[in-house]
Design a protein around this ligand. Structure first.
Ligand code: 1HE
Length: 268
């Protein structure tokens, strides 16, 4: 069951497809600092709904230009003069996109630079791995704009940094950057050079895992966090029953048994 991703459908996302199944997906509105208008959200829903059935082994999510993403398209929001119901539906569409990322089963590695703010941080926090560089900074400027988060920050950003820090970021406009952002959990990696190079390296490594194993890692763990420990343990057993008996794993287990598989060693 493989479906095709018709790249001609997309205007705000650009794709670079590699032979090893890694897709680089780039938010492509640099003149608007990759602000998320509705059309871009629709394209994210479209891509991430299809990717798990299209043989995409890993995604590197990037932003073109100097900034990853400036969050909600404030100009579109201003001009549309939306009703509460309209904006609720906008938010539900954002949730659909970001849930498809987090729960879709395809590893998503965000390559971050410059501003990762507001809805941009909500987008980044839906990725499984975040890589930042020295220019990257994180903020939730909603408070200063007279707005509130609507793309899942109350769940995902609070999960990464804790409730108190998220409230401080929103109340005071506090920005995090550098090693401190990594120490807080906003990113897992910080690099001196390009976040893209490191993200590609991580994506290539993840793409070598069996797809069903990656599916479990990039779907089941998030689902299980939403369950009681009792139900999560049960679900873990069911998922492990399926994943750990997959025929494709036998070769890897045999390689361990005959001592040809790499051993786990400390970093040199
Ligand atoms: C935008 C947006 C945007 C830039 N919507 N158009 N997000 C924010 O509050 C962040 C708002 N943006 C910024 O603080 C800055 O633009 C940046 C730090 C991201 C970049 O600064 P800079 O100096 O490189 O760019 P700029 O000169 O501010 O903007 C360049 C252009 O991008 C300009 O358009 P132009 O047509 O006048 O050239 C800006 O209008 C445009 N632009 N950011 C629309 N966000 C589901 S709820 C989520 C709620 C939120 O995300 S609230 C947080 C919104």
């Amino acid at each position: 069951m493989t479906v095709e991703i018709d790249q001609s459908r997309f205007e705000n996302l650009a794709f670079d497809v590699h032979d090893d199944g890694v897709w680089v997906v780039t938010l492509n509105r640099p003149t608007k600092r990759n602000a998320l208008d509705l059309a871009t959200i629709d394209e994210l829903v479209d891509f991430f709904a299809t990717a798990p059935r299209a043989g995409v082994k890993a995604v590197v999510l990037a932003g073109s230009g100097d900034h990853f993403c400036a969050g909600l398209d404030l100009i579109e929001h201003h001009d549309a003069d939306r009703s509460p119901a309209d904006f609720m539906h906008v938010c539900l569409r954002w949730h659909e996109a970001f849930n498809k990322m987090e729960y879709g089963g395809v590893p998503v590695i965000a390559a971050l630079q410059g501003a990762v703010v507001g809805g941009g941080l909500e987008l980044a926090s839906s990725a499984h791995i975040r890589v930042m560089d020295q220019s990257t900074y994180f903020g939730l400027p909603e408070g200063q704009r007279g707005l509130f988060t609507g793309g899942g920050a109350t769940i995902r950003v609070a999960d990464l940094v804790g409730k108190a820090r998220m409230i401080d970021m929103m109340l005071t406009g506090r920005v995090y950057q550098g090693q401190e952002a990594v120490d807080l959990g906003l990113a897992q990696y910080i690099v001196e050079g390009s976040s893209m190079d490191k993200a590609m390296d991580l994506a290539r490594r993840a793409a070598q895992n069996l797809p069903l194993t990656n599916f479990a890692i990039c779907s089941a763990i998030s689902h299980m966090q939403n369950m009681s420990s009792f139900d999560a343990a049960y679900s873990e057993a069911v998922v492990a029953g399926v994943v750990n008996t997959q025929p494709a794993a036998r070769e890897r287990l045999a390689a361990f048994a005959d001592k040809t598989a790499a051993r786990v060693r400390p970093n040199s």
